[in-house]
Ligand binder design. Sequence first.
Ligand code: PFF
Length: 463
Amino acid sequence: MSERKSTSFSSKVGLIMAAAGSAVGLGNIWKFPYIAGENGGGAFLIVYLLCVLLFGMPLIMTEFLIGKRSGKSAFGAFRALNGNDRWQWLSWLCMMTAFIIMGFYFVVTGWCFNYLFEAVRHTFDGFGTEALTAHFATVSSNTPRMIGFSLLPVVLTAAVLWFDVNTGIERLSKLLMPLLLLMMLLMAGRVLMLDGSNVGMRFFFQTDFSKITPKVIMEAMGQCFFSLSIGMGALITYGAYMPKSQNVTGTSVQVIILDTLVAILAGIIIFPAVFAFGFNPAEGPQLVFVVLPAIFEQMSFSWFSGVLFFSLLCIAALTSTISLMEVAVAFVCEASEAFANNGKKKHGKAFNRHQSVLIVSALVGGLIVLCVLSMTGAFSGLTFFGHNLFEWFDEVTACIMLPIGALGMSLFVGWCLPKNGEKGVLHADKGIKRWFRKIYIFVLRWLVPIAIILIFLNSLGVL
Ligand code: PFF
């Protein structure tokens, strides 16, 4: 198992920032408030936190360890560790999940870029609650505009992967992540001074246990995987880049804490404002886009606050899209290489990194166009069980594909690889204490798979 040589990460802090950059993104600031709003606020929060405790730590550790031990990305890691192709389906699942997530994630990133552009031009000045809601409907139904704004971040992400400027991004996120947190704290402070904000705080923090339904549990589990970037191999790649001496446990804890903090802060900003301004917490995917401009109206330096926040949001989204696209690009590179060298005869040439970036960008671009058309354009009448493509991409990845990916990885490490010795993943981090190894393996073998299966069955109504 070769250690992958990489110049991509200059330090341990850099790797933590990159992994946190993958985790912290639209999942925390856009998706968490809207899913929590639709699923009963406090009831969702408590189940979400339980999911983070139960699944977050063992699964983030697992992905890092798989990457660190194998030195490979999601395509080669399972084969390298297991010595055969029996778990290769998991690599394919990771790649497909990455593509489908990108199909809708770039559309939401496009909304962020659109709002940044409008914030710069003072578009929302003087808008009330109704005008803001109507404005989102107008903007998001403008098909050419939406396609343009969604393809812009694809080009930016592809450029980062093309020029391999991860080190630059890593330095940038070291500066921007604290700035994002500071900005969110300021916004929370302002929102909590609004009349009626306490209703929103109660909605978000008071648990009405009768609202915890199988659907809420399923959504919370999916949101936990999505937000922490687990279940599709993104963190395997970062594990492969980890310096040998880096401590997997500590890195995992830091990523989880940061990600959860940002999600809770997003809730503390959005819900008090929702109730103070008279929005509906179950507004759906547009929730933060109609509420945020209303908050900036109330802040001092409103133009500057709006522009700064939307810039930070766009960058947070880009650090996540980089990790998503990297999974697909590494897959195309390595899969084509494996195909070209398969058997004695050469089957053509493998794609190099630049070609892979182009292929992935073109395919993702196609998915994005389909997704936008399904919401606003030619295919908007086309729904399947009442949901359009955008909603399907969002729902299927969070509630089905990521949990299956996570289940596969926990079974792979828990049952298929040896617990100890050179061939086990724990060999990649000798610093982990014996008692902790035992707990980790137990949780991965039993608790994680059983919980995922029970939550599945429960949501299907079998239990
Ligand atoms: N965790 C990211 C977010 O919360 O926005 C989304 C994401 C990135 C999911 C990378 C999965 C992934 F592999």
